[in-house]
Design a protein around this ligand. Structure first.
Ligand code: UD1
Length: 432
């Protein structure tokens, strides 16, 4: 087991480059199996969830060739197995995109029920409703989702709530269905547009991705493509918050500033200076920040995947802030960990009431999930003394080289083995 040890209190400064978007990459990798021709995917993040997905695709017969750390060539002409199940795939959420992709191409799929971060109940009824509307029979048995169809026919589907996962999954299946599919109340996240753009680059006919009505005209088959994934909105947002929390000055490169507008607006509201360029953003904080209210919502609202990080920033800002979680019902599990560091947060249902404190102090804390883990690292970077963040494997699911990117900005931190007391002593000696 590895953990981060952090000596807090340093203003971080410099430049950091953002990698490809995890949640787009999961959809795009699944979509890549839908053609027999070779596909080259660039700007793929080298993170645990993506590597698990690639391994899974190899297991079902796709040929995956690493061109470099961030590019793969895939060929799915020899997929032999529609049964996607292994001990790792259950841990990642994006595995469910293989249902839509395999169902679309082969009219059958069996995929282990998806895992992902434990942030509340995560039903998949809307995915199933969409597949059934296209003509599939869907069953859940033996821990698998089993979907089968004689053939798929386009349909008019109205999602009961805005869901990223169901929008992408049903879009995947509909691409090779016969006739027109209309998805209403579709999610508008940047990664939905990216998956749609990738599918279109393979010959699909999708219009309206990025709006709440997506129209998909089925095509008989897809062809090969070379495609570069968009930058990760949440990795970029996390570094914006790192800069703000440490009263730093960080230029975040390889971003799409438009995707960060909800975060930028909140930061400016509490006193952070944000300067936007074509494909980078500079975040500067020089004074203690103010309080605000945040409610997480589907895009273009404030992203739920940034909720733990903004809450952590508000913990050390002046006054009382209110953060309401509007997407998942159980996303405040990190609050007890922050309390160990001196935070004053009261959670009532899906709302956190945060009374800003002057100082956080280092403690041993444990990452309960991916984004909350990143938030605890931010807390460690501003806290007085030493913080140990356990369970960094959660963080590594979604952030590539997190600690080395932070160290490049001046953070004093290291990843060490949990039982290596010598390494802890060495770190403390070096850090003081
Ligand atoms: C995706 C992201 C996750 C992000 C979330 C919201 C991936 C791999 N994960 O998760 O990082 O936090 O979008 O931006 O891309 N719901 C249902 N029934 C369904 C589907 C969803 O009730 O069939 C509910 C969920 O419980 C949740 C809400 O709809 O309350 C939104 O979920 P959804 O957008 O689907 O999230 P995920 O795709 O799981």
């Amino acid at each position: 087991m590895e953990q981060y040890i952090i000596k807090g209190g340093k203003a971080l400064a410099g430049e950091v480059t953002i990698g490809g978007a995890k949640n787009a990459a999961l959809g795009i990798l699944a979509a890549a199996v839908m053609t027999d021709e070779p596909v080259v995917i660039e700007n793929l993040p080298d993170i645990r969830d993506i590597n698990v997905m690639l391994q899974t695709m190899e297991n079902i017969g796709a040929k995956v060739e690493r061109l470099d750390r961030h590019s793969v060539r895939m060929c799915s002409g020899n997929i032999s197995c529609m049964n996607v199940e292994n001990e790792y795939i259950r841990k990642i959420r994006g595995s469910y995109y293989l249902i839509g992709a395999l169902l679309g191409k082969y009219k059958q799929a069996q995929v282990a029920l998806p895992g992902g971060c434990n942030i509340g109940s995560r039903p998949i009824d809307q995915h199933i409703k969409g597949f059934e509307a296209l003509g599939a029979v869907v069953k859940i048995q033996y821990g698998l989702i089993q979907a089968e169809a004689k053939h798929l026919t386009g349909s008019h589907i109205y999602f009961d709530m805005v869901t990223v996962g169901a929008t992408i999954n049903v879009m995947l299946a509909a691409v090779l269905a016969e006739g027109l599919t209309i998805l209403e109340n579709a999610a508008k996240e940047p990664h939905i547009v990216d998956v749609a753009n990738f599918l279109n680059s393979m010959g699909a006919n999708i219009k309206g991705a990025g709006t709440d009505v997506i129209r998909i005209k089925g095509v008989p088959k897809l062809h090969g493509s070379t495609y570069s994934i968009i930058p990760d909105q949440i990795e970029a947002g996390t570094f914006m918050l790192v800069a703000a929390a440490t009263k730093g000055d960080v230029t975040i490169k390889n971003v799409i500033p438009k995707h960060l507008e909800a975060i930028t607006a909140k930061l400016e509201e509490i006193g952070v200076q944000v300067e936007e360029f074509d494909d980078s953003i500079r975040v500067v904080a020089t004074k203690r920040l103010g309080h605000t209210q945040v409610k997480t919502l589907p895009y273009p609202g404030f992203p739920t995947d940034m909720q733990p990080q903004i809450s952590t920033l508000l913990v050390i800002s002046e006054g009382t802030s209110i953060v309401t979680e509007g997407v998942f019902e159980n996303r405040f599990k990190y609050v007890d960990e922050l309390a160990k560091m001196g935070a004053s947060i009261r959670v009532e249902g899906t709302t956190a009431i945060i009374d800003g404190v002057d100082l956080l102090t280092g403690a041993i804390v444990s990452a309960p999930d991916l984004r909350a883990g990143a938030a605890l690292v931010i807390a460690g970077l501003v806290a007085e003394g030493y913080t140990v963040v356990e369970q960094v494997e959660y963080i590594e699911r979604g952030y590539e080289d997190f600690e080395s990117k932070l160290c490049e900005l001046g953070a004093v931190m290291e990843k060490i083995d949990a039982n290596d007391e010598k390494a802890v002593r060495k770190f403390k000696l070096k850090a003081c």
